[in-house]
Design a protein around this ligand. Structure first.
Ligand code: PMP
Length: 369
């Protein structure tokens, strides 16, 4: 007997605009092979685990005090990592951090979106962009991609110029389709935008393309590049996302962030994890090689595979994607039905996990394509 179980959601005085909506929900099923949320399949290396444990031990001694509200040490470490990775000379003032890049995106829309304002994205893309827009009461303007899921730069620039959104989301590499935006197109889209442009680079470490961070010096008044430690950094459970932008953008986010939003433990653990960036990012090369192997194997079986430079691959064509998804689960392999007709998305795992996925794919191809 659960206290309050007789109260239904539709009986609550919920905001009208939230009624009937569904929450974000990647199923968390307990199956042997989990390739559904684009995590890094390799656990953190032992020396990182030691270092995080030591840092947490030291942080525990100060837990009676609030954390550093501005997370200066962590932001300094993130600036150093990004500057090395991209060649940009970023400082602490260019960086901001929060509990996952989802929280970063929410803070961006709290500051630059909101009631009476609009945000535009090119769909299909990351499903949380419109959900965070809804939560912040920012009107969502969906714009299309080509049938092959690439961005048509002419059509995209026109859509941005005509609809004049307060915020544009460009996801590169794009989740769930995997492709990224060429630098020349990116520049053109930023130029077309009248307001803020968020380039969501959650999967940047897996891509050979240049980061938008190189454009910050030129477009500091409008460009925000978001990143995360959840993917390449193998730190999804640590919840640490960040952005690079002009310092004034960080000042804007200080107006909406909750005080002490990043716990002492999170800051300590993330800073310690960053000291091992090189070791963690070793896995990126393995995952890219495995991605190429998975793509070739799927294509060899007769699947159509969407080109990806992320750590996942969108593939089809299924006659009934939800039924195919279920067939994978029945074989102990959890992948993702992202709601694109005829397609499913698989995260690149360890070689053994990918083998299990490919073995299941071979059987399922005959069954349901
Ligand atoms: N952006 C994109 C494109 C993503 O795919 C994800 C994770 N699925 C995120 C942002 C958010 O990740 P996190 O909050 O873990 O940083």
């Amino acid at each position: 007997e659960i206290i309050g179980a007789d109260v239904r959601l539709d009986q609550l005085p919920l905001r009208e605009d939230l009624r009937g909506r569904s929450p974000y929900g990647a199923p968390q099923l307990d199956v042997p092979v989990r390739l559904n949320t684009n995590e890094n399949p390799y656990p953190p290396p032992p020396e990182l685990i030691e270092d995080v444990a030591r840092a947490a031990r030291a942080a525990a001694e100060t837990l009676h005090r609030y954390p550093d509200r501005d997370a200066v040490e962590l932001r300094t470490a993130l600036a150093a990592y990004l500057s090395t990775a991209t060649g940009a000379g970023l400082g602490t003032a260019n960086l901001w951090a929060a509990n996952g890049s989802n929280e970063i995106l929410q803070q961006i829309l709290q500051a630059f979106g909101g009631p009476g304002r609009t945000a535009l994205g090119f769909e299909p893309s990351y499903s949380m962009h419109p959900i965070i827009a809804a939560g912040t009461r920012t009107d969502w303007l969906p714009a299309p991609r080509r049938a092959d899921f690439t961005l048509d730069p002419d059509a995209a620039a026109t859509a941005i110029a005509e609809r004049a959104p307060d915020v544009v989301f460009l996801t590169s590499p794009n989740n769930p389709t995997g492709g990224s935006i060429p630098a020349a197109d990116l520049r053109r889209l930023i130029e077309a935008a009248p307001g803020i442009v968020v380039v969501d680079e959650a999967y940047a470490e897996f891509s050979a393309r240049e980061s938008a961070i190189g454009l910050l010096a030129e477009f500091g008044g409008k460009l925000i590049v978001t990143r995360t430690m959840s993917k390449a950094f193998a730190f999804a459970g640590g919840r640490l996302g960040y952005l690079a932008a002009a310092p004034a953008v960080v000042d804007a986010l200080l107006l909406v962030r909750l005080p002490y939003h990043l716990s002492t433990l999170t800051q300590a653990a993330a800073t310690a994890a960053l000291r091992h960036a090189e070791g963690t990012l070793d896995s990126v090369h393995k995952l890219i090689a495995e991605r190429e192997r998975v793509v070739e194997s799927l294509a060899g079986m007769g699947f159509r595979v969407v080109p990806s430079d992320a750590n996942f691959v969108l593939f089809g064509q299924f006659a009934d994607a939800p039924a195919a998804w279920k067939s994978y689960v029945d074989r102990g392999v959890l992948i993702r039905d992202v709601g694109i007709a005829g397609h499913l998305r698989v995260t690149i795992g360890t070689p053994a996990e990918n083998d299990a996925f490919l073995a299941a794919s071979k059987e399922i191809f005959v069954e349901v394509t």
